[in-house]
Design a protein around this ligand. Structure first.
Ligand code: PRX
Length: 651
């Protein structure tokens, strides 16, 4: 038996793990001085990274421009993201290297490997398909695809011709898709007939059909994945494979301005309406490239697997743009982690010799509950680095991951970031460390983060506060919310003014140097790593005419981190089990299965402030059995007794 390489030492007396000599030698960055050097002149630092990592058609005139709360990076520069992710690797003679190893869910179906040559050909063909359908630079293209390589091909094809993609998570409902299409005014939708999930075929086309009626969508392109019979609307619906049959495989990459929009990605905010986060070209790809390279220490022979769905920002940056810009090999799995058995992920790692593995704490907690016998069945010695993202990771989950997946050999990089930041902003680097359970780490070199109190003063010691980012802002930070400037300012630039980006996360310093994230401080929930707004779920429930009003708040959950719980006040109808089920179904229909409330609690009234605002904070405390604070300031303090009873509050 070959002894697997060890990459960490520790824990030390503080419980920290550190890279060992082997890891330091291997890593792209291993000298902590990089943080101080970058901090001396962050703009110059990013300029250097931009020049070294990315191929530009024209260099920038000015690196950074700041008119609070707006900023630009690499002003005047020209480039193409698709060229950077595909062409340049082919031109460098790496065309035969696998770019995407795709694993279908059915175990009797062979995996599909797309080399950079394959991508080069397919992407150009599909770019021509889009052009032939009249898609021009700046047009929006909606993508509602499962985890199949056509999704990266479609995204890269958009980037190639300068179209703006808006990828919508395939488990979102028809209603969610429709809202996003309407907001972005997309004229093309790319979808599939269906896909596999736990051995069953999910009919995606049906949802797409419901979503596009009476919208701006002119054509629907359908990938044949599941081979099921679907309705194809004459004149509107077109098969991907037919369009790709007789199309030229040569399509020049458009020269894009650094600040041209690359994509839109809708995410949940504090209102019922999802926000279209705007990412631009130059800054985004610089961050995607360097964060992939340094955080995951990607080298020529790595096989990188990020389990995030392509419909989330993690999928965009680390299942497409980042690794591909690096010319790396990424693994992309279609299906469920427990199909056909609870060791499917570990089997995939063993069979494909995955070296870097990136997943969410919620998945780790689920596997921990299923038991270590599942990973123990497989040889996971190919693994070198583990990563987590999406929510705070508790010590137990961290240790389980470290021991049972990493064999106590691999560092865990806990990466903090957001849809808005485009790439990882806070983490430990594999060649520098330390790797501390429950602590994300240091701001990425060139990033300035701070923790402030509610007055805006930096907190010292280990007092908790609010996480902010300061100028020069990371090149990949959002440039706006699509068609909603007011919301952009209100969400990020109001709390501390126009010069400080408010993350809406709580955090605390560890030793004044490392950052522990404590979670959202706004009405956004984090359900199994999925970002969900209270208001969106409330809107869905309120749409039932029997409901007078409702409030949705997160409740701690052992596996999912948080789950939504709905407090519902009914009009003149009697509460019943059936009504509960109907309301849960309504949420599923409006948003998708991930948003389903875990519990519906019928109550007589909701606690309100004197100005009539629902006190969600108090509801959260009730669910957590935490002290409620001063209830006398409520408009209806008498509501509390009844609520305590309804939730079984022990105080
Ligand atoms: O609360 C933070 C949490 O996820 C939020 C961002 O969600 P989303 O835009 O969907 O992006 C998730 C993937 C980047 C953050 O505001 N979050 C993300 N990563 C971490 C985290 N919380 C703690 N630790 C993390 N590593």
């Amino acid at each position: 038996m070959v002894l697997a390489t060890k990459w960490v030492v520790g824990p030390d007396e503080k419980g920290y793990f550190w890279p060992n000599e082997e890891a330091k030698k291997h890593a792209w960055v291993n000298d902590p001085k990089i943080y101080e050097e970058a901090a001396k002149d962050p703009v110059a630092f990013w300029e250097k990274l931009a020049s070294e990592g990315i191929t530009w058609f024209k260099k920038w005139d000015k690196a950074y421009e700041w008119n609070p709360p707006y900023y630009k990076w690499f002003v005047g520069a020209k480039l193409n993201v698709c060229y950077n992710c595909v062409d340049r690797h082919v031109e460098a003679g790496k065309g035969d290297k696998p770019a995407i190893i795709w694993i279908p869910e059915p175990t009797d179906e062979p995996k599909r490997v797309l080399t950079y040559n394959d991508l080069y050909r397919e992407v150009q063909k599909f770019a021509n398909v889009l052009k032939n359908l009249g898609v021009k630079k700046g047009d929006r293209v909606a993508i509602y695809l499962p985890m199949i390589p056509e999704v990266q091909i479609a995204m890269l094809a958009c980037a190639r011709i300068g179209a703006v993609h808006s990828v919508v998570f395939s488990a979102f409902s028809a209603d969610s898709l429709r809202t996003r299409i309407e907001d972005s005014e997309a004229k093309i939708l790319i979808t599939a007939d269906g896909y596999y999930r736990r051995g069953k075929i999910i009919n995606l086309k049906q949802n797409a059909d419901k979503a596009v009626e009476n919208t701006t969508i002119e054509k629907v392109i359908v990938v044949k994945r599941a081979g099921i019979k679907v309705d194809m609307k004459e004149g509107r619906d077109l098969w991907w494979h037919e369009l790709m049959e007789n199309v030229s495989s040569s399509c020049e990459a458009e020269s894009m301005d650094s600040e041209d929009m690359l994509f839109l990605l809708y995410t949940s905010g504090t209102t019922g309406k999802p926000k279209g986060v705007v990412h631009t070209t130059g800054g985004y790809i610089v961050m995607a490239y360097w964060s992939s390279r340094w955080v995951f220490d990607l080298h020529e022979d790595d096989i990188f697997w990020c389990t995030a769905d392509i419909g989330w920002i993690t999928g965009h940056t680390y299942n497409c743009y980042g690794p591909l810009a690096n010319g790396a090999t990424l693994l992309f799995y279609e299906g469920a982690p427990d199909w056909p058995e609870k060791d499917r992920w570990w089997q995939i790692i063993e069979e494909n010799k995955v070296t870097v593995f990136y997943t969410a704490p919620t998945a780790i907690r689920m596997f921990a509950q299923w038991g270590e016998q599942w990973p123990a069945k497989h040889d996971l010695s190919s693994l070198r680095i583990l990563g987590t993202v999406g929510e705070p990771i508790d010590r137990d989950a961290w240790m389980w991951y470290f021991k049972h997946i990493g064999g106590s050999r691999c560092p865990i990089v806990d990466t903090w970031w957001q849809t808005e930041t485009g790439g990882t902003l806070i983490t430990s680097l594999p060649g520098i460390g330390p790797f501390i359970p429950t602590v994300a780490g240091r701001p990425f070199p060139g990033v300035t983060a701070d923790i402030l109190d509610s007055e805006g003063k930096p907190v010292g010691g280990d007092t908790g506060g609010y996480l902010v980012i300061k100028s020069p802002f990371p090149p990949s930070l959002l440039r706006g919310l699509y068609k909603d400037e007011e919301k952009y300012i209100e969400t990020y630039w109001k709390e501390y003014g126009k010069e400080i980006y408010f993350t809406n996360d709580g955090a605390r310093w560890i030793e004044g140097k490392y950052i522990r994230i404590t979670g959202r401080v706004d009405d956004v929930m984090n359900v199994a790593g999925h970002r969900l707004s209270s208001a969106e779920v409330e809107n869905a429930i309120d749409s039932d005419e029997r409901v007078s009003e409702c409030a949705v708040v997160p409740k701690p959950h052992a596996i999912k981190g948080e789950v939504p719980v709905a407090f519902v006040v009914l009009k003149n109808v009697e509460p019943s089990e059936q009504l509960k089920q109907e309301l849960i179904e309504l949420v599923k229909q409006h948003i998708g299965p991930t948003a389903k409330p875990e519990e519906i609690i019928f109550v007589k009234e909701l606690p309100k402030t004197r100005s009539g605002k629902i006190m969600r904070r108090m509801l959260k405390a009730l669910l957590k059995n935490e002290p409620l604070g001063d209830t006398t300031t409520l408009q209806n303090p008498e509501s509390i007794e009844h609520l305590k009873e309804a939730v079984g509050y022990k105080g």
